[in-house]
Design a protein. Structure first.
Length: 496
């Protein structure tokens, strides 16, 4: 029997990754990303961040050619395509489906005043009960900025899309989107279970700008003849899955059900948990979107906590405090200090304003340092503990929303390579941590398999997901971890 393959794209702001997964074995047979050096981001003004949508297409094309050659796979062998993408971006296209301007991407902050004004004028109750978030700096507010500042260009808009919608459109020649995508752009009304007409009316945006809505797992469209010829794919190959990068990361870790958590801890850190009822944080310190398996009759919301100052603090410590050793040695050094770092506490908020702190910019600070008894081991441990404690602070908000956190799924990468970090997170949260080997493009490929009906459900799709390690909370140390966290939180509360 001819082997069947699933193709997954992960469209990031630094690169586009493509992976081929054998549909029957569930194993990834080839992966590549392009460009090999970080993709450029245009910043015409301070706080702006733009990329050309066509660059994502070209990067994906390069990565795809590489993996098809490496795995000796032909277009006829690929049975379904899935797409993961950087969230919250804005792509505006004309009637020929050509971009009218560079995409305004996730880290562009120009639309903050437009979201804040809508929140204040429409009211917190209206926004939070319908959108589950403040309009903030999300896609709808970015479109409002275009409307006011580029009226001639705005008058030519036919459809607005998220980055993943654009790639799907380039593959198929058809513009469509998903409820999950609309929710991350603040275009979805959870009370009405429809496009958020009240916010469109407020901004004066026509509903016709919103593409047709397709299910996250379904035959959303098929590869058109032009894209097939350009990419070496088979015309008619179905595109069967699409998800933003954080919901897709959760999917990649087989996180679908209430109480399950997916976590990452790179430069910034994300805790993404699944909630089984419609709810929101009244202070909007965490974001709530439709998860990939959300439906009107099966509530599955993704609650997203983002901490800007996570791995970047650990990297700063490495560069400036333990520059004479590698990260593994640095972790060993930190372990020499006791739980709680003998009273040293570090607030890890030195990478900009933190949403979990209601957009305050506290900066990083060190507390309790005694020059006569503390060493750099205390500093390095306090840094890692401070990162964990910031996660736990956000997770308490998630618990207040009704989430019962018992298990944390994560990739074995970045801060999760540190035994001290893992043990502290398990010790404070009381949750079991499971580490896996996966990535976004492989997850997108598996998602395509679900959408195409190749897999009966997510459990079958991720049956081959390799669990690398399990970290259980150490009951003997729970009291010490909780005392250290309480001390850290007392300092934080005195400063916010």
């Amino acid at each position: 029997m001819t082997a069947r393959y699933l193709l997954g794209f992960d469209v990031g702001s630094s690169s586009v990754k493509a992976s081929l997964v054998n549909a029957d074995s569930g194993k990834c047979v080839a992966s590549a990303f392009f460009p090999e050096k970080e993709a450029p981001i245009k910043a015409v003004k301070a706080g702006w961040a733009e990329q050309e949508p066509d660059s994502w297409w070209q990067y994906g094309k390069q990565a795809l050619q590489k993996i098809m050659a490496e795995a000796a796979v032909k277009g006829d062998d690929i049975v379904a395509i899935g797409i993961s993408y950087q969230m919250h971006g804005l792509v505006c296209v004309d009637k020929d489906l050509k971009p009218l301007r560079p995409a305004i991407i996730w880290c562009d902050s120009r639309a903050v005043p437009y979201g804040d004004k809508a929140f204040n004028e429409l009211g917190a109750e209206q926004c939070l009960s319908h959108l589950l978030n403040s309009p903030g700096n999300f896609t709808a507010a970015k479109l409002a900025w275009v409307k006011e500042n580029e009226p001639e260009l705005y008058s030519k808009i036919y459809k607005v899309m998220l980055p993943g919608d654009y790639i799907a459109m380039r593959l198929s020649g058809v513009a469509n989107t998903t409820v999950s995508g609309l929710s991350e752009g603040m275009f979805w009304d959870f009370k009405q279970n429809s496009v958020a007409q009240f916010l469109l009316d407020y901004y004066g945006i026509p509903a016709s700008f919103i593409p047709d809505i397709v299910p996250t797992f379904s035959e959303q469209s098929v590869v058109c003849e032009a894209a097939a010829q350009e990419l070496g794919l088979k015309a008619g190959t179905p595109i069967t899955y699409r998800g933003g990068d954080q919901p897709n990361n959760a999917l990649s870790l087989n996180v679908f059900e209430p109480g399950e958590i997916a976590a990452t801890a790179g430069t910034s850190g994300v805790v993404y948990g699944v909630l089984g009822e419609v709810n929101y944080d009244p202070k909007s310190r965490v974001n709530t979107f439709a998860h990939v398996n959300h439906a009107a009759d099966n509530t599955r919301l993704g609650v997203l906590l983002c901490i800007n100052g996570t791995g970047i603090l650990n990297a700063w410590m490495h560069r400036n405090v333990t520059f004479d050793m590698g990260y593994a040695e640095m972790n060993d050094l930190a372990a020499q200090a006791p739980i709680g770092s003998d009273g040293v506490a570090i607030m890890p908020f030195g990478n900009g304003a933190e949403r979990v702190l209601q957009n305050r910019e506290l900066g990083c600070s060190i507390h309790g340092l005694n020059f006569n008894k503390h060493s750099r081991a205390n500093l390095v441990r306090a840094a890692q503990e401070g990162i964990v404690f910031s996660f736990c602070y956000g997770m308490e908000i998630m618990q207040q929303m009704g989430m019962d956190i018992r298990k944390i799924h994560a990739g074995r990468a970045n801060m999760f390579l540190s035994p001290l970090f893992r043990d502290t997170l398990a010790g404070v949260s009381g949750a079991t941590i499971e580490l896996y080997e996966t990535d976004g493009s492989v997850g997108a490929a598996k998602g395509a398999g679900i959408g195409a009906g190749i897999y009966a459900d997510h459990n079958e799709a991720f049956a081959t997901l390799e669990k690398l390690q399990v970290i259980e909370p150490c009951e003997n140390d729970r009291e010490a971890y909780r005392a250290a966290y309480a001390h850290w939180k007392e300092i934080l509360n005195a400063n916010i």
